[in-house]
Design a protein around this ligand. Structure first.
Ligand SMILES: Cc1cc2nc3c(=O)[nH]c(=O)nc-3n(C[C@H](O)[C@H](O)[C@H](O)COP(=O)(O)O)c2cc1C
Ligand SMILES: Nc1ncnc2c1ncn2[C@@H]1O[C@H](COP(=O)(O)OP(=O)(O)OP(=O)(O)O)[C@@H](O)[C@H]1O
Length: 142
C-alpha cells in the first residue's frame, strides 16, 4: 500500500481541488489529506468555513481515503502518524520542496516530495480559487 499525502485549506471547494486530489491519489494507493487549521493559515485571508466542516467536505470527495485536521503547532506530526511514501504539494503552495525534504531527512522520515499540476477551467467562467469565489459572493451580494 503506497500512502500519499495532500494538504491545503480547502475553504470553498472547486474543481481545482478535485483535480489536485485526483492527481495525488493517482500517485499511490491510499490518499490521506491534511486540512490546515484556520489558525495556521497566515499567508492569506483565513477560511470562512470552520475547521471540522472543511474536513467533513474533503472526506466526502471521491479520491480521498482519509482526511484529518492538521496539527496546531508542528506540521510534521501528522506525517509521522500517516507514514506516507509521498507528499504531493499543490502547484502554488508556498512551502519549499527542499525545506520539507530537509526536515523529513532530519527527522528520519523516509518520504519523497513532489508537486501537482495546475488545473485550468474546462469551460468559460469556471472559478478555480476559493478566494475568487469569496470575492464574487461579496461583489454580487453588496
Ligand atoms: C507537508 C505538509 C504538512 C502540513 N501539515 C499541517 C498541519 O499539521 N496543520 C496545519 O494546520 N497545516 C498543515 N499544513 C498546511 C500548511 O501549513 C498551510 O497552512 C497550507 O499550505 C494551507 O495553505 P494553502 O491552502 O494555501 O496551501 C501542512 C502543509 C504541508 C505542505
Ligand atoms: N486550480 C487549481 N489547480 C490545481 N490545484 C489547485 C487549484 N486550486 C487549488 N489547488 C490546490 O488545492 C490545494 C488547496 O488549495 P487552497 O485551499 O489553497 O485553495 P485555493 O482555491 O488555491 O485558495 P485561495 O484561492 O484562497 O488561495 C492546494 O494544494 C492547491 O495548490
Amino acid at each position: 500500500m503506497k500512502r500519499v499525502v495532500a494538504q491545503g485549506t480547502f475553504d470553498i471547494l472547486h474543481p481545482g481541488h478535485v483535480h489536485y486530489l485526483r492527481e495525488a491519489r493517482s500517485m499511490g494507493d491510499e490518499l490521506h489529506v491534511i486540512v490546515a487549521r484556520s489558525g495556521n493559515v497566515t499567508h492569506k485571508s483565513g477560511p470562512v468555513i470552520p475547521d471540522q466542516q472543511r474536513v467533513e467536505m474533503v472526506s466526502a470527495l471521491e479520491p480521498v481515503d482519509e482526511a484529518r485536521l492538521g496539527h496546531p503547532d508542528d506540521i510534521f506530526v501528522p506525517i509521522e502518524e500517516i507514514e506516507p511514501e509521498l507528499i504531493v504539494l499543490g502547484h502554488d503552495q508556498h512551502h519549499e520542496d527542499s525545506v520539507i525534504e530537509d526536515e523529513l531527512n532530519a527527522r528520519g522520515i523516509d518520504c519523497k516530495v513532489t508537486r501537482a499540476t495546475k488545473h485550468e477551467a474546462a469551460y468559460d467562467g469556471g472559478i478555480m480559487s476559493s478566494r475568487q469565489i469569496a470575492d464574487r459572493i461579496i461583489d454580487r451580494r453588496s
